[in-house]
Design a protein around this ligand. Structure first.
Ligand code: GCB
Length: 651
């Protein structure tokens, strides 16, 4: 129960930040303001899958040179959305290779004529590999489907009498042993069984490899001298909040920076100047998780104003960043937020829904958050890849704590632990930390889910990714999620928290609920005895077809899911008094997977259906989570008033 690592992630100050980042440039979320405009390109795009045998016809014929419709027939394709499920065509649903998106964007006159304006094209997510052209000119390439990338297109759109530009994006969803997540293309060469050239995409993860433009495509502007990145870390000294900031600018050496911190009512509580410093906030309102405080999720606003003298005259830029003041620390047996023990009672999610696949959708997002609050969940893990920025923003605003996971899922083949994979994995962590570092809701990074951590090269690989992540962000603990045996796990010595997945009485001893307690107890005790680190039960659950009922419980029935959960809860209730610091159900909702004899229209371990309707287990979990919330609350009145005040549901 010691405090060996306590404080390791608190208030280390801004100087440590950013120094290890190899990436150039920031990735601030595009916000409108006095010096910035934004134009969303959501809606219908032209679309064409390259169905040629080689999948390279689009490049051979240079489809980006002319409007896509001139190269052949195109479809209307919604953005954001996966392309797989919107059509009636099995070939498109299961397509592997290059698809082409195109859209004409009308530009405000000032954007094309004012040379002091910088025009940026930003793609929130293109899965998996993307090449982008504007008016036929190559402007960007990006690998990895879950993180944003940008291109400065000012020169292109300001080079002639243009009032619009044509944006073409070619996207390839092929996964190889060196992508993240990895996959393998299997060529089936037995011509007595398969047609010539036949291949399939093989993957070692359990969700459908949806593809396309999954998040918004945005055009936005800044001045040509501009605020490029802001990094904030926070600490607490007695009741004074400490806000360390570091600001990077581009475009001129001679800039003046002023920062003001405003409280939620818009009153200035601190101010400073220069590119880095510390603001002190007396009697600070801390950012607390949902259900942990009377006023959770308190956000300040850090207003950064830049002025610069340039050859073209004075320039100013402005960016307002939401800031939550909080600390995170880990001891041998506790996870502390603002110095108080925090118990994760939450879910694992997926970005997944009917029709749109992994496409971002506001109604779905709000529905999911209403369900989380209804459940009394205080946390989720972004299994198994970074979620949309808007999701993270809502977590900040509602106090939902996040374990932020990178797409390191299905890393099981020896060749996926080589140097090419490692270098890419390090870069993905840089992109993830760059994007999500300022979210108070993010309390821990997860660098992988269930890698083959018992393989020899996995030890070095995981150690390196964890060390790199800690160098990028010394303010948060780092973990990965394991399903290995405690004695064989080569990465566990390097993590701060042990996250372990287990499926007793589901994948092992199926049907035998009577062994769950013994096996789970053995699991916890072995891991703790070996590593003396706090443990999160990061997955557990049972496949359940909504509407199937069997009593006594049988597998796949709602009763079995409930009983299995109850068995887990009995042990969790003992061990959470010792060193278990969280439980995350697998899964929040049913989700689509590859077709296989083990999956009936996808993975059915959701406590909600894919359409977000509750199975019986949702009510069980709701009772439990509210009980847990009541135990950890500060005042008896807190939970009730939060529930009544902020949610349409009452207890
Ligand atoms: C796991 C994986 C998750 C799967 C789940 C299952 O351990 O982490 O991606 O979906 O098990 O249902 O098999």
């Amino acid at each position: 129960m010691g405090a060996r690592r306590a404080g390791a992630w608190t208030a280390l100050g801004p100087l440590l930040w950013g120094c290890a980042l190899a990436l150039r440039g920031g990735m601030l979320y595009p916000r409108e303001g006095p010096s910035r405009e934004r134009k969303d390109l959501d809606g219908l795009w032209s679309f064409r899958a390259d169905l040629s045998d080689s999948r390279r016809l689009g490049f051979e014929q240079q489809w980006y040179r002319r409007p896509l419709r001139e190269s052949g027939p195109t479809l209307d394709m919604p953005v954001p959305s996966s392309f797989n499920d919107v059509g009636q065509d099995a070939q498109l649903r299961n397509f592997v290779g290059w698809v082409w998106y195109e859209r004409e964007a009308v530009l405000p006159q000032r954007w094309t004529q004012d040379l002091g304006t910088r025009v940026v094209l930003r793609i929130g997510s293109a899965h998996y590999y993307a090449i982008v052209w504007v008016n036929g000119v190559h402007v960007a390439e990006h690998e990895g489907g879950h993180l944003p990338f940008e291109a400065d297109i000012s020169k292109l759109v300001q080079s002639g009498p243009l009032s619009s530009c044509r944006i073409t994006v070619a996207i390839n969803n092929t996964l190889t042993p060196h992508t993240l997540p990895p996959g393998t293309i299997l060529y089936k060469t037995d011509t007595s069984k398969y047609p010539k050239g036949y291949f399939v995409q093989d993957i070692n993860f359990d969700f459908f490899n949806y593809a396309g433009l999954h998040r918004s495509v945005i055009l936005y502007t800044t001045p040509t001298t501009y605020i490029d990145d802001i990094t904030v870390t926070t600490g607490v000294d007695q009741d004074t909040g400490l806000v360390n900031y570091q600001i990077l600018t581009q475009g001129s050496e001679h800039v003046r920076l002023e920062v003001r911190l405003l409280d939620a009512e818009g009153r200035e509580v601190a101010r400073g100047t220069g590119g880095q410093g510390q603001l002190q906030v007396p009697a600070a309102h801390l950012w607390w998780p949902y259900l942990m405080h009377e006023h959770p999720a308190y956000l300040y606003s850090l207003e950064v104003s830049m002025t610069a003298q340039t050859d073209a005259g004075p320039v100013s830029d402005f960016y307002a960043l939401p800031v939550g003041i909080r600390t995170v620390a880990v001891t041998e047996s506790q996870f502390l937020i603002n110095g108080k023990p925090f118990y994760f009672h939450g879910v694992n999610k997926h970005e997944d829904a009917d029709v749109r696949g992994k496409g971002f959708d506001w109604p779905l997002l709000v529905k999911d958050f209403n369900l989380l609050r209804w459940l009394g969940a205080n946390a989720f893990r972004t299994s198994h890849y970074p979620y949309a920025e808007e999701v993270m923003q809502l977590c900040d605003r509602q106090g939902i704590v996040v374990i932020d996971e990178c797409p390191g899922v299905g890393i099981v083949l020896p060749q996926s632990f080589g140097n090419a994979s490692l270098q890419h994995h390090l870069r993905v962590m840089e992109e993830l930390v760059r994007r999500d570092k300022n979210h108070p809701a993010v309390v821990m990074w997860s660098v992988a889910n269930e890698p083959s951590s018992f393989l020899k090269p996995a030890g070095y690989y995981l150690k390196t990714v964890i060390a790199h992540t800690k160098a990028l962000d010394p303010t948060r603990p780092v973990t990965y999620v394991t399903n290995s045996n405690y004695a064989a796990d080569l990465g566990a010595p390097y993590v701060d928290v042990i996250c372990v997945n287990s499926y007793y009485s589901w994948y092992h001893d199926y049907g035998h609920l009577e062994v769950v307690q013994l096996q789970l107890r053995t699991q916890f005790e072995s891991w703790y005895r070996t590593y003396q680190k706090p443990i999160i039960q990061s997955e557990y659950g049972a496949e359940t077809i909504a509407g199937f009922h069997e009593d006594p419980p049988l597998m796949f029935s709602e009763e079995y899911q409930k009983s299995l959960l109850e068995q887990y809860h009995l042990v969790l209730d003992q061990k959470r008094k010792e060193y278990v610091v969280g439980e995350l159900i697998w899964n929040f909702a049913d989700f689509m997977t590859n077709q296989s004899p083990q999956r009936a229209l996808g993975n059915k371990k959701g406590i909600f259906t894919r359409q977000r309707q509750p199975k019986s287990a949702a009510f069980l979990l709701r009772d439990r989570y509210w009980k847990l919330a009541n135990e950890t609350r500060y005042h008896r009145s807190v939970v009730k008033s939060q529930c009544l005040g902020n949610s349409p549901f009452t207890q």
